[in-house]
Design a protein around this ligand. Structure first.
Ligand SMILES: *[C@@H]1O[C@H](CO)[C@@H](O)[C@H](O)[C@H]1NC(C)=O
Ligand SMILES: *[C@@H]1O[C@H](CO)[C@@H](O)[C@H](O)[C@H]1NC(C)=O
Ligand SMILES: CC(=O)N[C@H]1CO[C@H](CO)[C@@H](O)[C@@H]1O
Length: 391
């Protein structure tokens, strides 16, 4: 009797193990995808079957170039999903090829336990579209599509994938939780407009690890309602560096808390770390618990910038200070070279001075000459030594 029970237990365990190891494979070729032709339909069919699967599934985009007009892939899923991109997905060069109103190329929404991997490329083919982008001059500018948009994603990993020449932001990660990007590559020319590498907002437990981001705008930008973000061992440049903000314009914006940027290198970027808040703006959120540590700057124009007078196009009243409070910040072990004399710039709000800003070791050189720092409405707490002297 006892022995029999033992055997059935072993059997059950074996079945469970078998289940855990087996995955259903959905190869887009089986769904009629042909190289050279648009794979949108085949991909959608494969996705639908993966969503219906109660067993873990693997959607495979094999090696080769595949044209993809657009993909909107939505959950809910019943079991883990692995999207394996081995080939290159090519967008249509003309943004007008996307259905009207749509501003995204590949969108994945409402999925848990998603893995995107495979070593492939999402090629946004942005060269033609960038010419249409005049957002640096025109606030009502034409919106170009985002390359990869991930919304309401949980417990997921995006690794070993390249996104190239997106027409707009490369990756948008909104309202998501426990998402890790690793060995992720973003590549676009330094002069491509608004091509933020990864934009993260309204999420928590987000990591970007061991990645390389070369682009024309922010390397990683963070919006509101964000907590517990770790950006580690990321190489940025060209581009505008890692930013929090801009914030303040929308009264509904919520706090940002717990951002760590560690072990990153910035090469030839406009900024290293930058926080931007709008003056004369209604939002009163707080930005707190920030750690900027072990960062290397190589010829960075403005390595550390807190700008609470952020006001492009002169569309704000600079006499009304920002209502956003920045507090509990650790800045330590920042080394390297600056391309301008303004190596550290803390322009904090007169209404809400920066509070509990702890500064450790800083060594930033400007062309061999003395670098300068700007300090408004801030009284840092110092440990270690700084060169140049801060404040
Ligand atoms: C986060 O997601 C990963 C990948 O799916 C998973 O292995 C891990 O258990 C999740 N962490 C938590 C705290 O849920
Ligand atoms: C540069 O800094 C050194 C050391 O702090 C100081 O002695 C020197 O006067 C400074 N030179 C200029 C041009 O400000
Ligand atoms: C992921 C992403 O943002 N994709 C963009 C990548 O570039 C293609 C080309 O337009 C755009 O269509 C996508 O929106």
């Amino acid at each position: 009797m006892y022995k029999k029970m033992e055997w059935s237990l072993i059997l059950v365990l074996q079945i469970l193990l078998l289940k855990a190891n087996s995955e259903r494979v959905f190869n887009i070729r089986k769904y009629g995808a042909k190289p050279g032709a648009d794979i949108s339909e085949a991909l959608m069919k494969a996705w639908k079957d993966a969503m219906a699967s109660t067993m873990a599934s693997r959607i495979v985009i094999p090696k080769g170039d595949w044209a993809l007009r657009q993909a909107l892939m939505e959950g809910p899923n019943k079991a883990p999903v692995n999207l394996v991109v081995r080939g290159t997905l090519k967008a249509y060069p003309d943004p007008a090829e996307l259905p009207v109103k749509s501003q995204e190329w590949v969108t994945i929404n409402y999925v848990n336990f998603l893995t995107i991997s495979g070593g492939g490329v999402l090629d946004g083919q942005g060269h033609e579209a960038w010419k249409l982008n005049d957002c640096n001059k025109n606030k009502n500018c034409m919106k170009l599509p985002i390359n990869l948009s991930l919304n309401f994603i949980k417990d997921s990993i995006i690794k070993d994938i390249t996104t190239k020449d997106s027409k707009n932001f490369h990756v948008n990660c909104i309202s998501s939780s426990n998402v890790t990007f690793k060995h992720f590559t973003v590549s676009a020319p330094g002069e491509s407009p608004n091509t933020d590498g990864i934009h993260i907002a309204r999420g928590n437990h987000i990591k970007v690890l061991n990645s390389v981001i070369k682009t024309g705008d922010d390397c990683i930008s963070m919006g509101d309602e964000l907590s517990d973000v770790l950006i580690k061992n990321v190489r940025c440049g060209p581009g505008h560096g890692i930013s929090i903000g801009s914030l303040g314009k929308n009264v509904q914006e919520k706090d940002i808390k717990g951002i760590t940027v560690q072990g990153c290198t910035f090469t030839g970027t406009q900024n290293g770390i930058r926080i931007k808040t709008w003056p004369s703006a209604p939002a009163t959120l707080s930005i707190s618990d920030l750690h900027f540590i072990d960062l290397t700057m190589v010829n960075v124009a403005n390595p550390i910038v807190f700008d609470q007078k952020y006001c492009p196009w002169n569309q704000c009243d600079l006499s009304k200070p920002s209502q956003i409070k920045i507090s509990d910040v650790v800045i330590n072990n920042i080394r390297g070279t600056s391309a301008t004399s303004d190596v550290v710039s803390f322009i904090c709000s007169k209404a809400k001075p920066c509070d509990n800003i702890r500064i450790g070791y800083i060594d930033l050189k400007y062309n061999g000459k003395n670098a300068t720092t700007i300090c408004e409405n801030i009284k840092p707490i110092f440990s270690a030594s700084q060169s140049p002297r801060v404040c």
